[in-house]
Design a protein around this ligand. Sequence first.
Ligand SMILES: Nc1ncnc2c1ncn2[C@@H]1O[C@H](COP(=O)(O)OP(=O)(O)OP(=O)(O)O)[C@@H](O)[C@H]1O
Length: 259
Amino acid sequence: MSIRVTGLRVRHRRTVALDSLDLELGTGVHGLLGPNGAGKTSLIRVLATVARPSAGRVELLGRDSAGQRERSEIRRRLGYLPQEFGHYPAFTVREFVAYVAWLKEVPADRVPAAVERAVGRVGLADRADAKIRTLSGGMVRRVGIAQAVVNDPSVLLLDEPTAGLDPEQRVEFRELLRELGTSATVVVSTHLVEDVAAACTEVALLDGGRIAYQGTPASLTRLGETSDGPGDHPIERGYTAALRAHRARGASDVRETVR
Ligand SMILES: Nc1ncnc2c1ncn2[C@@H]1O[C@H](COP(=O)(O)OP(=O)(O)OP(=O)(O)O)[C@@H](O)[C@H]1O
């Protein structure tokens, strides 16, 4: 398993964002779903080693991310697109992606080819010399995806990567996800269940800082086909049914404790 999380707890002051979370993820594309505030970004930030857990253990690629040396090793083999992606507007696409390759310690002689490949993969080859400030929001998002894949990461973490992409780009991006997921462990947070249905091999649904559901897109769709929850598509109905079931279990657990 490339990602192994045990008893993870993340707090933001008095808010518990993640609670007693256990998760094991291997090669493939894992969709991370959940309502606003469910804890998706908190989880991705901890996996990306940019935030520290309040409790629990996070192992990536067999290394415990609590150790400083292990964290450096993990970061070299990690790709990360944050929800709010910081970039340098005066850099060209090529310069920025090359800069990230350098940060990731890609050997200098391999950087030019790695940059061309990453920029090509997100369909920006013809804009490689454009300054980032001249690009549209969706194109900047694609630069974000290019910088995340430039080091051919073994673990790729993408926080809402399709936000701002046009429909054609989203379809192409799903194709890229499927390709990346054949050799890497890819975690994608999204609100778009169509993306999950099309590109993910597994789904984890978070709610209130806990795992509400884990399965395949097909099993979530089946749940939607046999439930009468709201939604226009079976996987959307599966999503709402899984959330409601999780909340009902939570309510009955509370009743058990009160009794
Ligand atoms: N910096 C912060 N300070 C205080 N509370 C925070 C902070 N960041 C997140 N939270 C809280 O932690 C919880 C989880 O937030 P998180 O951003 O991880 O959720 P999310 O599932 O990514 O939501 P969204 O779908 O809206 O992006 C929420 O209750 C949120 O209000």
